[in-house]
Design a binder for this molecule. Structure first.
Ligand code: PLP
Length: 394
């Protein structure tokens, strides 16, 4: 059996969520906007999901907008808040290690007269609150930050960072909580942000559904126009089964966090020790302030893509970094921002654990991963040697 170690890319749908979704995909298939009993049943299920998801993040039901996933939540938040704030200013601020959903949405806005300032991070991927402070001027209308990074697992020093941003009046704060949500409490009572993005498939919910928290009073222009759904903020027939599956998965993830997080951290540390025992392998991201199931390394002289392919054949599913940039020849923008030269960034490997992982699977991975790195290096050396055994160019 292949050990799945790519939970940062996506997770399996958990059974409780699937079971809660099934009636909405079969007998109770109605459109929540329909007046008849089918519609009313769908509406009741959607209202219930909204109330429960809101309660799970200490929000009010009307502050939840169901979307088509993390990317859509982020695009709605950033474009919606930027356009709504255009009369007040045009500066948008973010960090260099954001997901492409954030960076590319903001780069798109630059074409329309917005000014983007990208704040650097340290060697671990952490923002310096002072540098962020300097980037914000009186034309700044929006700051977008992430709770935890998808490629290197680093958790941002949020309380301090948010406090600094809040000192500037009139700045809307968006938080990308997509990777953090399975393992960290999301409490909009404590987190002083205006917009917050979630994606269900990162915490064993279904794909194709996400949510955007929009704090009451935050002005955000819709980006999808059509019907009146989601209080005019996101037109289109709602994904009722998805909303229900997302809510059930979130409630369970939140209830289990206290147990899941330390268990995964301990398993991750076991795997980390085995992988770091290989010569010339270095941990990327913060050594302690990182997501519990997240391990990311750079193995020098072992191309990440080749290691992932070797691992796949050997029974471990891993990735080089963000699933969205896999296959691209560009080095990861995150590792570049952390200061790694292209040559080193190419040796990146990400192993991410999830709730369902077992001790035996980690033991299996702890045997296979080091061998795969060593074998990839040997294969690279063999390729550089001619049939007579002489080094090319020697
Ligand atoms: N933000 C972060 C931090 C992510 O890790 C991801 C997905 O990997 C996204 C946003 C985008 O989410 P989705 O691919 O579900 O739209």
């Amino acid at each position: 059996m292949t050990v799945y170690l790519d939970h940062a890319a996506t997770t399996p749908l958990r059974r409780e969520a699937l079971e809660a979704m099934l009636p909405l995909l079969t007998d109770d298939f109605g459109n929540p906007s329909s007046v008849h009993s089918f519609g009313r049943r769908a509406r009741a299920a959607l209202d219930d999901a909204r109330e429960r998801l809101a309660a799970g993040i200490s929000a009010q039901p009307r502050e939840i907008v169901f979307t088509g996933g993390g990317t859509e939540s982020i695009n709605l938040a950033l474009k919606g808040a930027a356009w709504a704030g255009k009369a007040r200013g045009n500066r948008l601020v973010t960090s260099a290690v954001e997901h492409h959903a954030v960076l590319h949405a903001l780069r798109h806005l630059e074409k329309f007269g917005f000014e983007l300032v990208v704040v650097p991070v340290d060697r671990y991927g952490r923002l310096d609150p002072e540098q962020l402070d300097v980037a914000i001027n009186d034309r700044t209308i929006l700051v977008s930050l992430m709770m935890a990074n998808n490629e290197v697992g680093t958790i941002q020093p949020l309380a301090e960072v948010i406090r600094r941003v809040r000192a500037h009046k009139g700045v809307v704060i968006h938080l990308d909580a997509v990777q953090a949500a399975p393992y960290m409490a999301i409490d909009t009572g404590d987190l002083d942000v205006d917009l917050l993005s979630l994606a269900a498939h990162k915490f064993e919910g279904p794909k194709g559904i996400g949510a955007l928290f929009v704090r009451h009073g935050t002005i955000m222009l819709p980006q999808l126009h059509g019907g009146t759904q989601e209080r005019y903020r996101r037109a289109g027939t709602e994904n009722v089964a998805g909303a229900v599956g997302m809510t059930v998965a979130y409630e369970l993830a939140r209830a289990e966090q206290q147990v899941t997080a330390p268990r995964l951290a301990a398993l991750r540390d076991r795997l980390r020790d085995a992988v770091l025992a290989v010569p010339n392998v270095e941990l990327t991201g913060h050594p302690r302030k990182r997501l519990p199931g997240h391990l990311s390394v750079i193995a020098r002289d072992a191309e990440g893509e080749s290691v992932v392919q070797t691992l796949d054949l050997a029974g471990v599913a891993a990735s080089t970094g963000s699933a969205c940039t896999t296959g691209s020849t560009e080095p990861s923008h995150v590792l570049t921002a952390l200061g790694y030269p292209d040559e080193e960034a190419r040796g990146s490997l990400r192993l991410t654990l999830g709730r369902t992982i077992t001790d035996d699977e980690i033991d299996q991975a702890a045997r296979i991963v080091p061998q795969a790195i060593i074998r990839t290096r040997e294969a690279a050396i063999a390729l550089a040697v001619d049939p007579l055994g002489e080094q090319v160019g020697a």
